[in-house]
Design a protein around this ligand. Structure first.
Ligand SMILES: [Cu+2]
Length: 161
C-alpha cells in the first residue's frame, strides 16, 4: 500500500509530538458504555483543527455483545482481541464525518507495531479495525485522517489492565 510509509512517518511524528501532551495516561482505565456509536463518553476525545477525534476501545467479547444488542453483523476478526473505533465529527456543527480515509498505527508495550487502514462502519458511525492487544501495559494508538488533501494526526495512550 503506497500510503503506508506516509502513515508510518506521520504516526511517528505524531507520537513524538503528542506523547508529552498526555502525561497521565497510565492512570486512566477505560471502559465502554453505550457502544461505539452511542452517547457514551467512555472513549478518549481529542480536538484537532476543528475536528473532534474520539477513540473507542473494546474487548472482542464485549464488542460482540454490543453488536448483538445493536443488531449489527458480527464482523469480529478471529485472530484479534479488541475493536478500535474512531469517530470523527466537525467540532462546530457536531456533524459526523463519514468520507475520510483513516489509518491506524498501534504500538504495543514491547514496541511492536500494527499498522492498517480503518474501515467505515455505518452501524457504528465510525472507522473501525480489529487489533491484537493481548498483554497488559500501555499501548499507543495513532491515527492519520485524510480528508481530501488535508491530513490530520492524533494519538492517545491506552492502558490495558
Ligand atoms: Cu465495541
Amino acid at each position: 500500500m503506497k500510503t503506508a510509509p506516509a502513515i508510518l512517518a506521520a504516526a511517528a511524528a505524531a507520537l513524538t509530538l503528542w506523547a508529552p501532551a498526555f502525561p497521565s495516561f497510565a492512570q486512566h482505565g477505560h471502559s465502554h458504555g453505550a457502544g461505539h456509536g452511542g452517547a457514551s463518553t467512555a472513549g478518549r476525545e481529542l480536538l484537532v483543527d476543528g475536528l473532534r477525534i474520539a477513540f473507542h476501545v473494546m474487548g472482542n467479547a464485549e464488542h460482540r455483545k454490543m453488536l448483538r444488542e445493536m443488531k449489527l453483523p458480527d464482523n469480529v476478526e478471529p485472530e484479534s482481541t479488541h475493536n478500535i473505533t474512531v469517530t470523527l465529527a466537525d467540532a462546530a456543527t457536531k456533524k459526523p464525518l463519514t468520507g475520510a480515509s483513516v489509518g491506524m498505527k498501534v504500538v504495543d508495550p514491547r514496541g511492536g507495531e500494527q499498522i492498517r487502514p480503518l474501515s467505515y462502519n455505518e452501524g457504528l458511525q465510525g472507522y473501525e479495525g480489529f487489533f491484537r492487544l493481548p498483554e497488559k501495559g500501555t499501548y499507543e494508538f495513532l491515527v492519520v485522517v485524510r480528508i481530501g488533501e488535508e491530513r490530520k494526526t492524533a494519538g492517545i495512550a491506552w492502558e490495558r489492565q
